[in-house]
Design a protein around this ligand. Sequence first.
Ligand code: PLP
Length: 354
Amino acid sequence: ASTTASPLASLANNPAEAIPLNFNENPLGLAPKAQQAVLDALPNAWRYPDAARSDLMGAIAANLSVAESQLIYGNGSSEVLKMALDALVQTNTQLVMPDPSYGVIIDYAMARGVPVVKVKLDGNWQTDLGAMKAKVAAHNGPSIVYLCNPNNPTGVLLPQSQLNQWLDQASSQLSFIVDEAYVEYVAQAGFVSAVARVKQGQKHIVVCRTFSKIYALAGLRVGYGVAHAELIKQMQAQASIDNANLIGCVAAKASLESQQWLELSLKSNSQAKELVYKQLEALGLDYLPSETNFIFHKVNGDSELYMQRMGKAGILVGRPFNHGEGWNRLSIGTPAQMQYFCKTLAKFRELGWV
Ligand code: PLP
């Protein structure tokens, strides 16, 4: 049988293993101190995780200057999202959320029979708080509003003053779940975390955080929520017992103590992002400047086909998103990985694929 050479054959250094640029992980991996903590804790992993969890929660409380009663541990922040929804749902509640955004909460809502109202991002890819407010006003019953700040897949921050004003209106009829999975990457001056609202005593806001992103512990499943102590109690009632794992807890605590490594991760991420921005600009492909470790950018064509072609070139990129036809979400790898990505993208242009 005759074989046709792949149009990608001329790409030098085709990687032996696919480069994972699809799940917004930290490509530098665990901090050395976290790896050591895992090894040191392994002989004790036959014990239940209470002490390790308590140490971690104490460290998080100190870092955020909140009481431990304002914190809850989650098996990843995905579980915190679930506990928040479960605790906040009342009769006739609707969930209002931006679209596209991080969608796991949709499944949780559907499992409980909670109707989900998706509000399309505005023409500038911004979370449309005005349109979301209108959906809340039109509903005869309580609303839970899910917000992702910065948003996934766009990497864009929500408008701060508008957001603060709305969060200040939280009540038993209007509660907020604010997902800050990427908050550690935010560089924009003037950014204020929703944790500030919780500290002011707001009773109807849950902030979800994770160790899966900059802390590189996605496989160890450590997340946490910040909320008023009364709401935390209601969330705790929805948690499964012993949802923590000892190894994850010690790794997370050691990661919090790895300032130098966190700075290195941020620096690597910014350098790698700059490489991609330059290449996208050179190719005239629009992108959204990102406050995270991923970039949402134009690919000039079918998003699904683009993803498949990148896969054949050894790069796993993000999946298609609602309303994002012709765009792709690219997670940021190491600068070397992003150089390979840039070369591949240039090749795609030569082939007329982007
Ligand atoms: N929230 C957002 C916005 C995410 O992008 C992710 C993961 O991709 C999560 C939450 C879930 O993270 P985890 O459950 O690993 O903490």
